[in-house]
Design a protein around this ligand. Sequence first.
Ligand code: ZN
Length: 1009
Amino acid sequence: MKKSLRLTAIIMALLLAVGSLWTGSAPVSVYADETPMLISTRLKVGAKSHGFTLNTLSADDSADAMLQVWEHDKTGAKVYMLVNDDPERAFGILFKTEPSDDTGKLHILEHSCCAASDKYPGLDVFFDLSSQGFITDINATTWHSSTNYYLASLDEQELMNGADYYLDCAFHAAVRTNPNYFYREAWRYVLENEDDPLDVTGVVYNEMKGSLSDIDSYTLSYVFKHLYPNSNYTYISGGVPENILDLTYDELIDFYNRCYHPSNCSAVVYGDVNYDKWLEKFDSYFGKFEREEFKAPDKYVPKGNYGTVNDAFPVTADTVDLSGRLLYIWDLPDTLTYAEYTALSILASYENEITSPIMQALNASGIGSAYILSPYSYGDQRQFLVYAYDADTSRADEFKKIVDDEFAAIAKSTLDKETLDCIFEEEALAEELAYNTNGIGVSCVSSITNAIEAQDIEGMILDEGIMEKVIKMFDGNKVLTLFKNSVIKNNNKLLYAVTPEPGLAEKQDAALAKKLADIKAGMSSKEIKEIIKQNKAYNEWNDQSNSDDSTLAKLVTADPAKLDVTAPVYDTKLTKDNGVTIATADIDSDASFYRYSFDLSNLNKTQLRYLNEYIGLLGLSTTTRTQEQVSNDSRKYVNSFNARIAYQTVNGKDIPSLVISFYAFNDNLEKALDHVFDMLYNTNIEDPYNAAYIAQSASYAVGTFSDPGNMNSLIASAAGAYTSKSSALSWYLNGISEYKFLKKALSSEESFNKFLSGMGSAMKNVVKRQNCVIRVVGSAKSRQASVDSMLARLPKELKKYKKGSVAKIGEKSKTRKNVAIEMNTQAAFLLSLYAPEENKIKDTAAEMVALAIMSNEMYIPQFRYLLGAYGAYCGATSEGLVYAQLYRSPSFVEPFETILQTPDYLEQIAALIDEEYLEGYKLQLISQLITPTGKWNMASNELYYLASGEGHGPEYELAAAIRDLSAKDIMNAVPAVREAFEKMGTVVIGSADEIESAKDMFDKIYILK
Ligand SMILES: [Zn+2]
């Protein structure tokens, strides 16, 4: 029962609030004496360089990171440069853009602006760059008040090439002289013959159709129409599909000319960079403009209590599940400081514990299936909210009363000091592990961007004492006074109730069809011919090849032959002790990573199912500890605790395993193990409070199955189940049969009791020494200590160890090749996946490059540009998995036929490929494979392969194989690609109409409404 999936969107807002800018030391690098960091330390405020003046310099003199804020003298543009020694550098450029309607013009501009420019002509250079540049990340985002373009690279010159591309797009975009980019990204009429019905398509049009047909995304977008009436906050920055059709090309260009000016922009540069070179680059663009004044929009004046607002969410007439969403939301005062906002976030996290009175009251009410309290932010406004999932919206008043009463009680409560200490201690371990990830530069660019947005660099980035300020607010419960004043007594609020309305989806479809028919009926034959002509002209334009070689030569300057693709070496050891395989790696750190896997092949399928439910509940009270104790110990002693069931390769054999992993400070190891083993063995299923919570979690989990976004994350395992045992296992545990299992468990008291007792005995035959593997990444001392403690805790090997029916999961006869899932969605999701039985490095390398080429040369032009699908990709993973996907597509039947032709198309173009053409694709794939992800992650990945008997992880060997590929190898990959596409299983999520009309295509159709 994974609760995290749908909560992620909201929690992200919380993370942004709590997570401060990390400026620690970076992964291993070797430097000359004059590092960019060293040069930076000699800077003083007031320094001048290339038309910029240094305004602010972070006070940090520990010299491992420094923030410089430069202002362009002529235009006022600001450049924020966070210099440290991280080799994965990042760049971002941000424009203030605010919507004045629901046409989504800022979002459409984001898409069309970065497609091409005067200096970089092409259909969509962005996709060429993202598929062929030596870059680790590239994307652009739009939110309510800004548009941000960013990228990251392991090479400073490549980063600067990409930055030059973005700068040229920002100030000399191709869309300003060519409306085809508008037709592609916004919308266009589709009409081939005079007698056809008029249709429309467009990338953003389809993207938003998909996005707003998710009830959570709908609720969290539309609520602002009612919370901030008569202001620009009421507009949906992404665009509302029917309003997108009102936008004209001229309006878009007018908006571009108004907003994309240096005086309205900020740039961010991160990592091991030379500030002087960057300022020179910025000046070469900014210096051509004269300063302009950009007036901030009028400050929003809160207008009081809006009571309850009811809204209908469109679903089809046959929808059975009519539970909706309840959202109680406050507009937080603009005077709130960042430290205060952070304190409210921590208070919310405290009150989100299942033991808190407010959660107990909400859970007992039965109004919804899950609840969350959280601060939130929208544009430059901040809010506080309480959200109920799968809610009975007819009980909105009751929900409001519970929240009001409990909020009043919170204001009078005394916060538990021990719990608060645990929350603050949690931060210490998180900080130690902050570099244990990839893409730190992009996260920092995004944190700085948020601070620019809030006009609070001082408070959000430069204030090193922020945590002390926050902790002080919890002294003497000052935070409760803050909560009382900014939330409870705050009258700028509303209760938003969103209820699905069956039949409304059909009504809206019919209205659009009628609108288009009326438009066509009102056209003269000359106008109709004009549209056909325009359509043809668009398709011809789209048929050209993308950027030419000279464009790419300017952007991609790294040489794959010169890249260092040698794997980092870790001090690893593999031993066996009493039947237990032990793999360890030595790294220098106060915290270690622990991963234990236990063989589950003795279980039968039902036992495995119960075990899967049981491990989803770890964290509830145990027979030896109360809920408060379990929650506090979990905060204090472990980080990123995870328990899951998956195939693991051990000594050459694939074994279905229970995998437990976590990080802990070396000094806390014993306490961490006590905590973990107590949860594993003693979680108290019978406790009445826990049982009620379990019932509610099960009902929440059932609710997630009718959510297209959630199902989309599951379709990879559904599509792969046909060819891969590990996908079949994951589809068995989390797919439709899990849905049916939970529904049955909730159908009567008797079946629920059976469900509980099944879970109660789930751990009985697990966690023995059989095929147990211990993997530890840490200091030499912590490794030995952890192995000794673990061995002492592990029960002996079972003498009689019989294989259960687990191995039968994924037997070919029982899995279906082509599956459809009917849901309430305005856009289709399609995924096909194939896993080969064995995967050889050289074959995988050739397939990865061949399919990256197909993705860029076939999928994007065919599916994104012609059809209007938001996402279209194919590729191969480092494990040799071959995939093809369409995401938020207007249809799937025809595109599916086209997907099946991928091998033919590959065969045709492979004959034309030369060595030079391959270089960019090689660079892109190599950079994905060798991006550092932190010493714990990288060493533990290495340990996995050590214990598996395969030696090393495939990444570096693959990178070397890709580097050495020739054009002939791509041709030789055709048969393997052909086999993959013939054997693939396909899963489609779509509307009932389209799936029913293509029902012969599927072996099985599920209906989830
Ligand atoms: Zn978009």
